[in-house]
Design a protein around this ligand. Structure first.
Ligand code: ZN
Length: 422
């Protein structure tokens, strides 16, 4: 943790020196990228040490490519109406990804066929890497490459459609996230008006969204069938590396929630209805305070959310505060809701640089604080893994990744008075 020793000295962190690609190499077009894949494919490997070096070189190439895609994705989701940003993402998905995919498969096969692989299997992390390489080989189908391109492009349409949705309430244009905050207001008539405006706006794009959903279901089902699976669910179970639990375990969990959690939620809703003295609880009654108090305003804008979030993290541990602070200084936080921004929130790890990017649609609510704590937990995880030997070691499946993020939602609670002073 070299940056921990150094954390009082806030400066922009740069990526580590490269060992394979030239320092000034950037992803531009296929003709400049392909030779690096070809070199790895053609390279003669004559010892376990050679193979380990090969993995490190491959890791660097894949991290550089992944970070390039990451920035294209980040720009596109931050500015869904920016044609150049969409075009740059589309170029990667249409022109580069389909050419990278078969070479990645060939690299996987080359690694698995190497007679030195057994020697590396004993090194920490390599056993899991090897299991994943086998999984990737099992799932790869040439005929799925164009389907993945199409899926990627279709998915982006959702962001563009959703990012453009706004309502006009009493003369003011609001994003749906901003409008959603008004559902916490004590005035029931106002809440219903806002709720109906939001739903009407969503319904306006109903046909487009239904058609998009239908296309995606068909495409994903075809991907699964091509790879020898009965359906997309079973395909994804393998693709997501779910080696430790089964589809049946998920059904059992679902049943447990139905039996034990849903009745509790119903009781809470009954109590809400009684406390609010309502004859019928409607969708616009679920976010307001039951005692009719004004909604909590935890912060007023993205800058204040970042400032208080950093203080909150630093109180739990100085290193956690340092992570968010560094991201802020490097311009890696885009927290505030605005028009033409994709919905949702994410922490995008940037593998080569090792400093992630957090994207959110915050307004002023407690839910936004929890989201920042969550994404900040992912971010701290990325900081802590940035010096691992291989890119592959840094990308954990969601079951592991969510431990850091959901853990931070809970651990940070004791410092939430940064947002709600007594
Ligand atoms: Zn998460």
């Amino acid at each position: 943790m070299d940056e921990f020793q150094d954390m009082t000295n806030h400066h922009t962190i740069t990526r580590p020196p490269r060992i394979f690609l030239p320092e000034n190499f950037r992803v531009t077009d296929w003709s400049s990228l392909q030779p690096w894949y070809d070199e790895l494919l053609a390279r003669l490997i004559q010892s376990a040490e050679d193979l380990r070096t090969w993995f490190r070189h491959r890791s660097e190439l894949e991290a550089v490519v992944a970070d390039d895609l990451a920035w294209r994705y980040i720009h596109m989701t931050r500015f869904t109406d920016d044609q150049a940003a969409s075009e740059s993402y589309r170029f990667f998905v249409e022109e580069l990804q389909p050419r990278i995919a078969p070479l990645t498969d060939s690299l996987n096969r080359k690694a698995m066929e190497s007679r030195y692989l057994g020697e590396l299997q004993r090194l920490p992390g390599y056993d899991i890497l090897i299991r994943n390489l086998q999984k990737e080989i099992d799932l790869f189908r040439e005929e799925n490459i164009p389907l993945f391109t199409e899926i990627n492009l279709e998915q982006q349409k959702y962001n563009r459609i959703a990012g453009a949705m706004t309502i006009t309430f009493r003369g003011q244009e609001l994003t749906l996230q901003q409008a959603g905050v008004l559902l916490q207001e004590p005035d029931r008539v106002l809440r219903e008006e806002v709720y109906r405006l939001i739903t009407a706006r969503r319904l306006q794009d109903r046909e487009q969204l239904d058609a998009l959903f239908t296309r995606l279901v068909r495409l994903r089902h075809q991907v699964a069938v091509n790879a020898g699976f009965a359906n997309f669910r079973d395909y994804m179970f393998k693709a997501l590396g779910r080696f430790d639990y089964t589809v049946q375990d998920c059904y059992d969990f679902h049943e447990a929630v139905r039996l034990h959690v849903v009745p509790q939620l119903n009781r809470l809703m009954e109590a809400r209805k009684a406390n609010m003295k309502l004859t019928a609880l409607r969708p616009w009654d679920k976010a307001a305070d039951v005692l009719g108090r004004a909604p909590l305003r935890a912060f007023h804008n993205g800058a204040e959310l970042a400032e208080k979030g950093i203080k909150c993290f630093a109180r739990i541990h100085p290193y956690l505060g340092y992570c968010l602070q560094t991201m802020r200084e490097m311009g890696h936080l885009d927290l505030e809701s605005r028009k033409n921004k994709a919905p949702g929130g994410y922490n995008y790890p940037l593998a080569e640089l090792g400093i992630p990017f957090i994207f959110m649609n915050a307004t002023s609510t407690l839910r936004d604080i929890v989201t920042l704590m969550h994404e900040g937990g992912h971010a701290a995880h990325n900081f802590l893994t940035r010096n691992l030997e291989l890119y592959h070691f840094k990308s954990t499946p969601s079951e592991t990744a969510e431990l850091a993020s959901m853990g931070m939602e809970l651990i940070s609670m004791e410092a939430w008075d940064e947002f709600f002073p007594q």
